[in-house]
Design a protein around this ligand. Structure first.
Ligand code: GLN
Length: 337
């Protein structure tokens, strides 16, 4: 992936810079990539092709609750695969670390998000919750007993992450439901390996609905900031999940959130993140806040082109890379002897 090496690399292990500086950098990130015309709008879900390729929104949510918005940060779009991160967190909260680890796993497949071969190559194990097989297996684990009960648990949780009620985009839902034979095949395959206990087609229907929930870049930033804030929504003060669940979720995002480009992303940007085919990306800086971006044109791996560039720029200029450190000069006992 392409990032700009000319952005001054700030190192910060503590907090974000002051309000004005963050505000200015968010506006800069938007202005810098607004005219970038690379990438292609997804069309395998027919209705997604109607998106305007010029849409571009950026939002930083501080873990203290401050919000910085630029461009189309309040234009709604469907959350798609980004829902996988938050549904995973809800399922971990309900079932605990070990059972979800055993059932779904945390290792990257190195293959596209909707790969069937990845399931076959791993004895029917879905591998991780950020590919479709693992996300479908995760949605199947939601508490609630019935599809309606699971949906209730899911929407209550995602609303709490966003701090507002999220609605389903019915047109996108129906467009995907009519064309998601591949996800239905993945669910049947998982069933054949005994990895799903619920009705596989009902689970795919729930998964399709969760992907069609409408969010904005602002919502993504707030949802991410909740993961950055030990599970407490910085706007509403509501505890959504535990701090341990946030840690587990962010670890999974670091290794698998950007599809088969996750290694490259972590190397260049140094933040756990998740992207979706409608053009959203959320990147989380633990303890500091989160970046939500939206722009429909995608690269071949399915990650938003402008979103990646803007996030990279903000990670460098705000000092968010979790692997960066600077020399810490201390009086070491015996130093210099
Ligand atoms: N609903 C989409 C699918 O299952 C989500 C994919 C994505 O955002 N990568 O194909």
């Amino acid at each position: 992936m392409q990032t700009d090496d000319d952005t001054e690399q700030v190192v910060s292990t503590g907090s974000l810079p002051g309000w004005d500086r963050v505000e200015q950098l968010v506006q800069d990130a938007h202005a810098r990539y607004r005219d970038l015309a690379d990438g292609t709008v997804a069309d395998y879900i027919p209705e997604l092709a109607a998106a305007d390729p010029a849409w571009f929104g950026v939002c930083v949510a501080e873990s203290g609750g401050g919000l910085h918005l630029a461009g189309d940060a309040e234009v709604p779009f469907t959350i798609q695969s980004i829902s996988k991160a938050f549904v995973y967190a809800l399922v971990c909260e309900a079932l605990g670390h070990r059972p979800v680890l055993d059932r779904v796993g945390v290792n990257n497949t190195g293959l596209p998000f909707n790969s069937v071969i990845a399931v076959e190559l791993n004895d029917g194990h879905p591998m991780n919750p950020m590919v479709n097989a693992g996300a479908i297996a995760t949605t199947a684990l939601l508490p609630g007993g019935t599809p309606a009960g699971r949906w209730e648990h899911l929407t209550r949780g995602l609303d709490a992450f966003a701090g507002r009620r999220l609605e389903v985009d019915d047109v996108v839902y129906r467009s995907e439901a009519a064309t998601n034979q591949r996800n239905r095949a993945i669910a049947r395959l998982l069933e054949s390996y005994g990895r799903i206990e619920a009705d596989p087609l009902a689970v795919v229907d729930l998964y399709t609905r969760q992907c069609a929930l409408r969010v904005t870049a602002r919502d993504l930033a707030v949802m991410g900031a909740t993961l950055a804030d030990g599970g407490v929504n910085p706007l509403t003060g509501e505890r959504v999940v535990s701090a341990q669940v946030c840690r587990d979720t962010l670890a999974v995002l670091a290794s698998t959130g950007m599809y088969e480009r996750s290694g490259e992303w972590l190397f260049e940007i140094g933040l756990p993140a998740k992207s979706g085919v409608a053009g959203g990306i959320v990147a989380v800086a633990p303890g500091k806040g989160a970046i939500g971006t939206f722009s429909p044109p995608l690269d071949p791996a399915g990650n938003s082109v402008r979103g990646q560039r803007a996030t990279a720029h903000l990670s460098r200029s705000l000092g968010l890379n979790v692997f960066a450190s600077s020399v810490h000069v201390t009086e070491r006992a015996g130093a210099g002897r």
